[in-house]
Ligand binder design. Sequence first.
Ligand SMILES: [Fe+2]
Ligand SMILES: [Fe+2]
Length: 415
Amino acid sequence: MTTERSGPVDVHALTWLLPKGMRSRLGSLADAASVLASVRDARVLRALAPAGFRGLVLREGKQGRPTETRARHIVHFDWSYPSDHPGMRALYGRAKKGQWNSDTALPWSTSVDPFDPAVRLLPEGFIDFDALARAGARLEGKERLELVHCLTSWMLSQFLHGEQGALFAAAQVTEAVQFFDGKLYGSTQVMDEGRHVEVFHRYLDQKLGKLYAINDNLFVIIDALMSDGRWDMKFLGMQIMVEGLALGAFGTLYKQTSEPLLRELLRYVIRDEARHVHYGVLALREHIGQLSERERREREDWTFEVALLMRNRFLAYEIYEEWFEGIMSRKAWRSFITSTPGMRSFRQTMFTRLVPNLREIGLVPARMLARYEQAGLLQYMGGLAADRLDGDGMIAELDAERDPKGTRGTAVLQA
Ligand SMILES: [Fe+2]
Ligand SMILES: [Fe+2]
C-alpha cells in the first residue's frame, strides 16, 4: 500500500505521535464523547448512559471475554392460555411452516474464494478506491480484494452480534409479553434467531475465516435493550429498530453480492426476519395508542435519537484501526466511509424498511416531521409497513431491483 497525506493537518495528527494502542484509545474516547453529545434529549441520554459507559468507555464488547448484563424485566405468566390475538396466532402458524434446517437447506459445500474477482463478495464500485487514495491510502490489485474481504467480514460479524442480541431479546420478550398468542409466536422467533446466529457464524468461520469484535455503538444499543425493564422498549428497540435496520441491511447485501452461498443464506434469513418485524408492528400498534402522552413522547424521542445513532455511527472503525490508523485521521476515514457508494446505499435501504414501520405504530407525530425531514428520513415515510409485506414479496422486489430486465417482482400484499 502506498500512502499519501494531503489537506490541512487537523488535531488528530498530533495523536499520530503516540504509540498505536494509546492513539486508538484516545480516538475512540473522543468518538464516545461525540456520540453521547449527539443525543439531544435528556431522558434518552439518561436511558442510554449506563450502556454508553460500558460500551464506549470501558469497551466491554472488545475485552475478549464474555459480557454479563443484568436483566430487569417482569416475567408474565397466564395460566388460562387465552386465544387473545388472531394476527399473532396467524403469524405463529406461518412461522411453524417457515422453519428450515440450516444443515440441509443451504449449500454449504459451495467453495468460497473471497479473492476471486469473478465471484465478488461485493460489487466493484462498492468502495470508491479513488476517494480512498485521496484520503491518503492507495490500494491496488489484491489489496483491494483483501479490503473487500475484511469489510464483508466486518459487516457479517456485526450481523452475527446483532443476531445474538436478537436471540436473547426474543427470549426476554417471550417471557414479558402479555399476549399468549404472542408467546407462542415468540417461541418460533427464538428458534429463528438461534439458527441465524448459527448460519452467520458458520459462514464467517468456514468461508471467510475472519470474525470482528462487536462495534461499540451496536454494543450500547443491545446492552441498553437487554437491561431496560419495559417490555415495549425491548420490542421497539429490537423488533422494530434493530430488526428493521437489519432487514434493510440483509436486503442490500442480498442484492449486491454475487457469492451464491451468501445469497442463499440471506434469502432464508430475510424470510424469517420479515415475520419478526411484522410481529413487532402487531404488538406495538395497539400498545402505543394506549400510552399516556408523556410515555408516548418519550418513545417518539427515543426512537428518533436511536435511529440517528444507528445511521451515523456504524463507521467501521474496526476496519480503520486494522488498516489505516496512522495513515489517515479518524476524521478523514469518517468522511470517506460515510460517502463511499456501497455504504451510502446500505444506509438508504435500511431506512426504507424502518421508517414506514415507525409511522405505522404511531411514533412519528406531526411535531417530529421537521426533524425527520432535516435528517433526510421523511422520504421513506410512504413505504409499506411490515404487516403489509411478507418475506417472499421482499425477495421478489430485491431480485427485480438486482435484475431490472428480468420479470419484475412486486411486493406481495397479504390477504
Ligand atoms: Fe435474526
Ligand atoms: Fe429477527
